[in-house]
Design a protein around this ligand. Structure first.
Ligand code: C5P
Length: 240
Protein backbone atom coordinates (compact mmCIF):
# COMPACT_ATOMS: atom_id res chain seq x y z
CA UNK A 1 0.00 0.00 0.00
CA UNK A 2 1.36 3.48 -0.88
CA UNK A 3 1.34 6.16 1.76
CA UNK A 4 2.56 9.74 1.38
CA UNK A 5 5.07 10.88 -1.24
CA UNK A 6 8.42 11.02 0.53
CA UNK A 7 10.54 12.43 -2.25
CA UNK A 8 10.02 13.45 -5.84
CA UNK A 9 13.28 13.18 -7.78
CA UNK A 10 13.86 14.15 -11.40
CA UNK A 11 12.94 10.70 -12.73
CA UNK A 12 11.68 8.70 -9.75
CA UNK A 13 9.15 9.18 -6.97
CA UNK A 14 9.52 7.58 -3.55
CA UNK A 15 6.51 6.64 -1.45
CA UNK A 16 6.27 5.42 2.11
CA UNK A 17 4.51 2.14 2.85
CA UNK A 18 2.68 0.76 5.86
CA UNK A 19 6.02 -0.84 6.83
CA UNK A 20 8.46 1.86 8.02
CA UNK A 21 11.38 -0.28 6.84
CA UNK A 22 10.15 -0.37 3.23
CA UNK A 23 9.58 2.20 0.49
CA UNK A 24 8.38 1.96 -3.07
CA UNK A 25 10.19 3.69 -5.90
CA UNK A 26 8.19 4.50 -9.02
CA UNK A 27 10.32 4.93 -12.14
CA UNK A 28 8.68 7.68 -14.17
CA UNK A 29 9.03 8.37 -17.89
CA UNK A 30 10.77 11.69 -17.23
CA UNK A 31 14.28 12.11 -18.56
CA UNK A 32 16.41 15.12 -17.66
CA UNK A 33 19.92 16.43 -18.23
CA UNK A 34 22.02 19.41 -17.16
CA UNK A 35 20.51 19.61 -13.69
CA UNK A 36 16.96 19.53 -15.07
CA UNK A 37 17.46 22.23 -17.73
CA UNK A 38 16.64 19.70 -20.42
CA UNK A 39 13.51 17.64 -19.73
CA UNK A 40 11.27 15.30 -21.66
CA UNK A 41 8.75 12.58 -20.99
CA UNK A 42 9.44 9.52 -23.11
CA UNK A 43 7.15 6.49 -23.21
CA UNK A 44 8.67 3.30 -21.73
CA UNK A 45 11.71 5.08 -20.32
CA UNK A 46 10.63 4.30 -16.72
CA UNK A 47 10.05 0.62 -17.52
CA UNK A 48 13.43 0.26 -19.23
CA UNK A 49 15.31 1.79 -16.32
CA UNK A 50 13.32 -0.13 -13.71
CA UNK A 51 14.01 -3.43 -15.49
CA UNK A 52 17.72 -2.69 -15.88
CA UNK A 53 18.06 -1.51 -12.30
CA UNK A 54 16.28 -4.57 -10.89
CA UNK A 55 18.48 -6.84 -12.99
CA UNK A 56 21.72 -5.19 -11.87
CA UNK A 57 20.69 -5.07 -8.20
CA UNK A 58 19.96 -8.80 -8.36
CA UNK A 59 23.24 -9.44 -10.14
CA UNK A 60 25.08 -7.62 -7.35
CA UNK A 61 23.15 -9.52 -4.66
CA UNK A 62 24.29 -12.77 -6.31
CA UNK A 63 27.85 -11.48 -5.72
CA UNK A 64 27.03 -10.78 -2.03
CA UNK A 65 26.74 -7.01 -2.46
CA UNK A 66 23.83 -5.86 -0.32
CA UNK A 67 21.43 -3.38 -1.94
CA UNK A 68 18.09 -1.79 -1.09
CA UNK A 69 16.27 -3.91 -3.71
CA UNK A 70 13.52 -6.23 -2.42
CA UNK A 71 11.35 -6.97 -5.48
CA UNK A 72 9.41 -5.43 -8.35
CA UNK A 73 5.74 -4.85 -7.51
CA UNK A 74 4.99 -4.09 -11.17
CA UNK A 75 7.02 -3.02 -14.20
CA UNK A 76 7.78 0.47 -12.87
CA UNK A 77 7.37 -0.03 -9.13
CA UNK A 78 10.29 -1.29 -7.07
CA UNK A 79 9.97 -2.21 -3.42
CA UNK A 80 13.12 -1.29 -1.51
CA UNK A 81 14.54 -1.13 1.99
CA UNK A 82 14.15 2.30 3.56
CA UNK A 83 17.71 3.64 3.69
CA UNK A 84 18.85 6.87 5.29
CA UNK A 85 20.51 8.18 2.16
CA UNK A 86 24.04 9.58 2.26
CA UNK A 87 24.03 12.74 0.08
CA UNK A 88 26.96 11.71 -2.13
CA UNK A 89 27.19 10.67 -5.78
CA UNK A 90 30.00 8.14 -5.99
CA UNK A 91 31.32 7.90 -9.55
CA UNK A 92 33.85 5.39 -10.77
CA UNK A 93 35.56 6.01 -14.09
CA UNK A 94 37.27 3.39 -16.24
CA UNK A 95 37.83 5.76 -19.15
CA UNK A 96 37.81 9.53 -19.30
CA UNK A 97 34.52 11.05 -20.45
CA UNK A 98 31.95 13.65 -19.48
CA UNK A 99 32.91 16.05 -16.69
CA UNK A 100 36.35 14.41 -16.36
CA UNK A 101 37.26 15.56 -19.86
CA UNK A 102 35.67 19.00 -19.40
CA UNK A 103 37.51 19.71 -16.13
CA UNK A 104 40.88 17.99 -16.49
CA UNK A 105 43.58 17.66 -19.14
CA UNK A 106 42.70 14.18 -20.36
CA UNK A 107 41.45 13.07 -23.77
CA UNK A 108 38.05 11.39 -24.07
CA UNK A 109 38.41 7.61 -24.03
CA UNK A 110 41.74 7.53 -22.19
CA UNK A 111 41.88 4.34 -20.10
CA UNK A 112 42.12 5.12 -16.39
CA UNK A 113 43.98 2.23 -14.80
CA UNK A 114 43.32 1.82 -11.93
CA UNK A 115 39.83 3.30 -12.27
CA UNK A 116 39.34 6.71 -10.65
CA UNK A 117 36.64 7.35 -8.06
CA UNK A 118 35.27 10.88 -7.84
CA UNK A 119 32.59 11.89 -5.34
CA UNK A 120 30.14 14.78 -5.69
CA UNK A 121 27.91 16.28 -3.01
CA UNK A 122 24.30 15.64 -4.06
CA UNK A 123 22.80 19.11 -4.03
CA UNK A 124 21.25 20.55 -7.19
CA UNK A 125 21.12 24.07 -5.77
CA UNK A 126 24.91 23.98 -5.28
CA UNK A 127 25.52 22.29 -8.64
CA UNK A 128 26.63 18.97 -7.09
CA UNK A 129 30.14 20.18 -6.10
CA UNK A 130 33.00 17.71 -6.20
CA UNK A 131 34.11 16.58 -2.73
CA UNK A 132 37.38 15.25 -1.44
CA UNK A 133 38.09 12.82 1.40
CA UNK A 134 38.90 15.60 3.87
CA UNK A 135 35.67 17.49 3.18
CA UNK A 136 33.58 14.30 3.37
CA UNK A 137 35.06 13.26 6.72
CA UNK A 138 35.61 16.79 8.04
CA UNK A 139 31.95 17.67 7.57
CA UNK A 140 30.96 14.39 9.23
CA UNK A 141 29.19 13.00 6.17
CA UNK A 142 31.12 9.72 6.53
CA UNK A 143 33.73 8.37 8.92
CA UNK A 144 37.06 7.48 7.29
CA UNK A 145 36.16 3.78 7.71
CA UNK A 146 32.77 4.26 6.03
CA UNK A 147 34.39 6.18 3.17
CA UNK A 148 36.86 3.35 2.63
CA UNK A 149 34.00 0.79 2.77
CA UNK A 150 32.03 2.73 0.13
CA UNK A 151 35.07 3.03 -2.14
CA UNK A 152 35.80 -0.69 -1.77
CA UNK A 153 32.17 -1.60 -2.57
CA UNK A 154 32.25 0.73 -5.57
CA UNK A 155 35.41 -0.95 -6.91
CA UNK A 156 33.86 -4.41 -6.44
CA UNK A 157 30.65 -3.34 -8.19
CA UNK A 158 32.75 -1.89 -11.01
CA UNK A 159 34.56 -5.20 -11.51
CA UNK A 160 31.27 -7.15 -11.60
CA UNK A 161 29.61 -4.74 -14.05
CA UNK A 162 32.70 -4.41 -16.30
CA UNK A 163 32.88 -8.21 -16.57
CA UNK A 164 29.16 -8.39 -17.33
CA UNK A 165 29.25 -5.79 -20.11
CA UNK A 166 32.52 -7.10 -21.58
CA UNK A 167 30.65 -10.33 -22.38
CA UNK A 168 28.46 -8.29 -24.75
CA UNK A 169 31.19 -6.24 -26.41
CA UNK A 170 30.27 -3.18 -24.35
CA UNK A 171 32.70 -0.97 -22.42
CA UNK A 172 31.55 0.44 -19.08
CA UNK A 173 33.06 3.92 -19.20
CA UNK A 174 31.79 5.24 -15.87
CA UNK A 175 28.77 5.12 -13.57
CA UNK A 176 27.29 6.72 -10.49
CA UNK A 177 26.20 5.04 -7.27
CA UNK A 178 24.39 6.26 -4.17
CA UNK A 179 24.54 4.58 -0.77
CA UNK A 180 22.51 4.76 2.43
CA UNK A 181 22.48 3.47 5.99
CA UNK A 182 20.13 0.67 7.02
CA UNK A 183 20.18 -1.03 10.43
CA UNK A 184 23.88 -0.41 11.00
CA UNK A 185 24.95 -1.36 7.47
CA UNK A 186 25.79 0.65 4.36
CA UNK A 187 23.71 -0.58 1.41
CA UNK A 188 23.63 0.42 -2.24
CA UNK A 189 20.51 2.47 -3.01
CA UNK A 190 19.06 4.50 -5.88
CA UNK A 191 19.36 2.87 -9.32
CA UNK A 192 21.82 1.33 -11.75
CA UNK A 193 20.52 2.06 -15.20
CA UNK A 194 21.32 3.58 -18.57
CA UNK A 195 20.60 6.97 -16.95
CA UNK A 196 23.46 6.56 -14.49
CA UNK A 197 26.08 4.77 -16.61
CA UNK A 198 28.15 5.54 -19.68
CA UNK A 199 28.33 2.58 -22.03
CA UNK A 200 30.12 2.45 -25.36
CA UNK A 201 30.01 -0.22 -28.00
CA UNK A 202 33.54 -1.62 -27.77
CA UNK A 203 34.07 -1.61 -31.55
CA UNK A 204 32.21 1.47 -32.78
CA UNK A 205 32.36 3.66 -29.60
CA UNK A 206 28.66 4.35 -30.15
CA UNK A 207 26.97 5.63 -26.95
CA UNK A 208 24.40 3.22 -25.49
CA UNK A 209 23.27 5.41 -22.58
CA UNK A 210 21.84 8.79 -21.60
CA UNK A 211 24.58 10.66 -23.51
CA UNK A 212 22.38 10.00 -26.58
CA UNK A 213 19.82 12.30 -24.93
CA UNK A 214 22.28 14.76 -23.36
CA UNK A 215 24.10 15.29 -26.63
CA UNK A 216 21.14 14.95 -29.04
CA UNK A 217 22.77 11.97 -30.72
CA UNK A 218 19.51 10.24 -31.69
CA UNK A 219 16.44 8.50 -30.27
CA UNK A 220 17.35 7.59 -26.69
CA UNK A 221 14.38 5.23 -26.29
CA UNK A 222 15.54 3.31 -29.34
CA UNK A 223 19.03 3.18 -27.83
CA UNK A 224 17.74 1.85 -24.47
CA UNK A 225 15.62 -0.73 -26.28
CA UNK A 226 18.58 -1.85 -28.41
CA UNK A 227 20.82 -2.09 -25.34
CA UNK A 228 18.28 -4.17 -23.41
CA UNK A 229 17.72 -6.47 -26.39
CA UNK A 230 21.48 -7.02 -26.49
CA UNK A 231 22.14 -7.67 -22.79
CA UNK A 232 18.76 -8.84 -21.41
CA UNK A 233 16.76 -10.24 -24.34
CA UNK A 234 14.39 -12.13 -22.00
CA UNK A 235 13.44 -8.86 -20.29
CA UNK A 236 13.36 -6.90 -23.52
CA UNK A 237 10.72 -9.27 -24.98
CA UNK A 238 8.23 -7.77 -22.50
CA UNK A 239 8.54 -4.42 -24.24
CA UNK A 240 7.76 -5.46 -27.81
O1 C5P B 1 28.82 14.08 -15.67
P1 C5P B 1 29.88 13.10 -15.29
O2 C5P B 1 30.83 12.82 -16.37
O3 C5P B 1 30.57 13.48 -13.99
O4 C5P B 1 29.10 11.72 -15.01
C1 C5P B 1 29.78 10.54 -14.67
C2 C5P B 1 28.79 9.38 -14.62
O5 C5P B 1 27.88 9.56 -13.54
C3 C5P B 1 27.94 9.23 -15.87
O6 C5P B 1 27.77 7.85 -16.13
C4 C5P B 1 26.62 9.87 -15.50
O7 C5P B 1 25.55 9.28 -16.17
C5 C5P B 1 26.55 9.59 -14.01
N1 C5P B 1 25.85 10.65 -13.27
C6 C5P B 1 24.58 10.44 -12.78
N2 C5P B 1 23.93 11.43 -12.09
C7 C5P B 1 24.51 12.61 -11.86
C8 C5P B 1 25.83 12.85 -12.35
C9 C5P B 1 26.47 11.85 -13.05
O8 C5P B 1 24.02 9.35 -12.94
N3 C5P B 1 23.86 13.54 -11.18
Amino acid sequence: MFEETLYQGKAKTLYGTSDPDELVVVFRDDITAFNGEKHDILKDKGRFNAAASAFFMELLASHTIATHFIRMDDTITMRVRHLAMIPLEVIIRNRAAGSMVKRYPVAEGTVLDPPIITIDYKDDARGDPMMNDEIICGLGILTPAELEEIKEKTRRINTILCDFFAGYGIALIDFKLEFGRYKGEILLGDEISMDSMRLWDEKTRESLDKDVYRENKGDVIKTYHTLLSRILPEIDEEFD
